[in-house]
Design a protein around this ligand. Structure first.
Ligand code: AMP
Length: 280
C-alpha cells in the first residue's frame, strides 16, 4: 500500500497505472474508518484495478467550527486497517495541498439542497462539491464510490457530475448498520453509553415507516415519529422528511409520483446523526 501526500506524486503514480490500461476507483472519506467505509472500498476493489482511498477532513464542508475540531481523527488506525484490507493507494493530503488559495467557488444545486442537510447545514454541500470536484480532477477516477447513508450528498454529487460533464461514474453503495440497526458513522464513537442506547431509536423509527404508510398520511406519520423519538431525553429531532428521490422535494401525499425515501437528522446529546430508508 502506498501512502501519498502530494498531488504531483499521486498524479505520476496514477498516470503510469493508466498507461498499463488499469482502471482507477476512488473512495473519498474523512477517515475514522468503519465497516461502512470498508464496504465501499471492497466494492471498489471488486470493480477497479486500482483502489484509491482519500482521507481528508474537509474544513469547507463544516458549517460549525466546533464540529470540525471535534471530528474524530485516527490516521494511524485507519492506515493499519487499509493495509490489512489490501487497499492500493491512500491519498492523505495536507490542507495547503488541497486549498493552496482561499476557496471561493459557488455551486448551484437547484432544489437538491433546499431541504434537510442543505437547510440545516448552510454551505455544507458547497464545501462537499468543492472538495469532491478537486479530488476528481486530481485522481481522474473511472468510478467513485459513495454511500447511501448520505443520500442527499450522493444525489448532489451525481448532479454535479452531470452538470460539469465529468468523466467519472458514481457508484452508490448501501447503508451498513450495526447489529442493532444504527447506521455506522464516524461520529458514533463520540456518543456516551446512554446516548448510544438511545440512538437505536432512530433506525427503529425509520423501520416502522413501511408498516405505517397504509395507516397514516405523511404529515401525521412525520409528527408521530418526531414525537416518538423526542420522548427520549437524549434525543432531539431536527427533521423527519419524506422526499421524492430524484429532486429531493418533500412529498405531502403517498399518491404523489416517484420513488420515495424517508430521511432523518437527530441530535443525540451534542452529536448529530443522520439516517434514511427507501420507502418505495
Ligand atoms: P465520511 O467519511 O463520513 O465522509 O464518509 C465517506 C463515505 O462513506 C461517504 O460516501 C459516506 O456516505 C460513506 N458511508 C459512511 N457511513 C456509511 C455507512 N454506514 N454505510 C455505507 N456508507 C457509508
Amino acid at each position: 500500500m502506498k501512502t501519498v501526500r502530494y498531488i504531483k506524486e499521486i498524479r505520476d503514480i496514477l498516470s503510469s497505472y493508466r498507461e498499463e490500461g488499469k482502471t482507477i476507483g476512488l473512495v473519498p472519506t474523512m477517515g475514522a474508518l468503519h465497516d461502512g467505509h470498508l464496504s465501499l472500498i471492497h466494492q471498489c476493489m471488486a470493480n477497479d484495478s486500482i483502489t484509491v482511498v482519500s482521507i481528508f477532513i474537509n474544513p469547507t464542508q463544516f458549517n460549525d467550527e466546533k464540529d470540525f475540531r471535534m471530528y474524530p481523527r485516527n490516521t494511524e488506525k485507519d492506515l493499519e486497517l487499509l493495509k490489512k484490507n489490501e487497499c492500493h493507494i491512500v491519498f492523505l493530503p495536507p490542507e495547503k495541498e488541497m486549498y493552496p488559495t482561499k476557496e471561493i467557488r459557488k455551486f448551484d444545486f437547484g432544489s437538491l439542497d433546499k431541504h434537510m442537510e442543505g437547510e440545516f447545514r448552510p454551505g455544507h454541500f458547497n464545501g462537499v462539491a468543492q472538495i469532491v470536484t478537486k479530488l476528481f480532477s486530481i485522481i481522474e477516477p473511472d468510478h467513485a464510490y459513495f454511500g447511501e447513508k448520505d443520500f442527499q450528498q450522493l444525489t448532489i454529487i451525481k448532479a454535479i457530475v452531470r452538470q460539469l460533464n465529468l468523466p467519472v461514474q458514481i457508484i452508490s453503495c448501501p447503508i451498513i448498520r450495526e447489529p442493532d440497526g444504527l447506521a455506522m458513522s464516524s461520529r458514533n464513537p463520540l456518543l456516551t453509553a446512554s446516548e448510544r442506547i438511545s440512538a437505536t431509536k432512530i433506525p427503529e423509527a425509520l423501520f416502522k415507516i413501511k408498516e405505517l404508510t397504509d395507516k397514516m398520511g405523511i404529515n401525521e406519520l412525520k409528527e408521530f415519529l418526531w414525537n416518538e423519538i423526542d420522548l427520549d431525553p437524549n434525543l432531539r429531532t431536527e427533521y423527519v422528511e419524506i422526499v421524492e428521490e430524484t429532486g429531493l422535494n418533500p412529498v405531502n401525499n403517498w399518491d404523489e409520483p416517484g420513488s420515495k425515501r424517508a430521511c432523518i437528522a437527530v441530535k443525540v446529546g451534542s452529536i448529530r446523526l443522520i439516517d434514511n430508508i427507501k420507502i418505495s
